[in-house]
Write a protein that binds this ligand. Structure first.
Ligand SMILES: [Zn+2]
Length: 277
């Protein structure tokens, strides 16, 4: 697989004044999950969001950041799912990494076990070492970095128990990571109802560009489509659909959504005894 890895998609999603928002999206093909990581480029520095999953894409994301010619001030890790932090070891071990305290605790306590668990299937695509974020975000809220105002929030019980979201109000950009799956199948949890409520609040916000954890930068229509998807999944589960039957139903209902590999990751957790999230 190493010789024929498909290319990522790299784009500038927005430019306003001194700020540029870059997005780096791993492939949608094969077993890939279109992992989306982002860069906020301001006048003198770069702020990164998430660290990619597979080693080659983490390194390509780092190379792209380095190509911009400004220092990486810091990287924010949005949550503890390994497809967002496995790339930190191979590509960002020299960078200041920030995360919610719950995310840090998880990576510290379970990170190495998670890495070992993934090794048989991932081989050299998995990292050799893990990196535990050093900087705990104990008080989310407003912060200014390189002249840009950021707003941080701790969102609980949606696609993951604890998620960091980041807003840049001056330019209407909202880094929602795994609250939003853009044109791909969602990773479902038992917290569908609360997840829908959080997305409904986003629909009524003044933000118009949503940076997802999977797929391309999105608008409010995609947020609304995620609500519709979650509502349909909730109803299907209430109607008694489980496991393979549920998967077939969702794929048939949403034939255009990509990355169906996500079903095999979450179905054993949602309908079986494997740990949630
Ligand atoms: Zn994810």
């Amino acid at each position: 697989m190493s010789v024929s890895l498909p290319d990522p998609i790299i784009l500038i999603a927005k430019q306003a004044g001194d700020v540029r928002i870059h997005s780096f999206i791993a492939p949608f093909t094969y077993d890939n999950l279109a992992n989306a990581t982002h860069i906020i480029e301001s006048k003198n520095a770069l702020v990164l969001v998430d660290g990619q999953f597979l080693v080659p894409y983490a390194r390509k994301f780092r190379a792209y950041a380095d190509s911009l010619g400004k220092p990486i001030d810091r990287l924010y890790l949005s949550h503890r799912h390994p497809d967002h932090w496995f790339g930190l070891g191979p590509a960002f071990s020299d960078i200041d990494i920030y995360a919610l305290p719950e995310t840090i605790d998880y990576v510290k306590q379970e990170g190495e076990a998670s890495r070992k668990d993934h090794l048989p299937k991932m081989g050299t695509l998995a990292p050799d070492t893990i990196v535990v974020p050093q900087n705990s975000i104990t008080t989310p809220g407003e912060y200014t970095i390189d002249g840009v105002k950021y707003i941080f929030d701790r969102v609980v019980d949606t696609e993951i128990d604890f998620l960091l979201t980041i807003r840049i109000p001056a330019i209407g950009v909202y880094f929602v990571q795994d609250l939003l799956y853009s044109d791909t199948h969602l990773y479902l949890t038992k917290d569908i109802e609360n997840w829908i409520r959080v997305l409904q609040v986003m629909l009524l916000s003044d933000y118009d560009l949503f940076m997802p954890g999977h797929g391309l930068p999105a608008d409010k229509n995609e947020v609304a489509k995620n609500i519709e998807y979650l509502s349909a999944a909730k109803q299907a589960i209430a109607n008694g659909l489980t496991k393979g039957i549920f998967k077939n139903y969702m794929i048939k209902r949403y034939p255009a959504r990509l990355c169906p590999g996500i079903f095999d990751i979450y179905l054993p957790r949602l309908f079986g005894t494997a740990g949630q999230y």
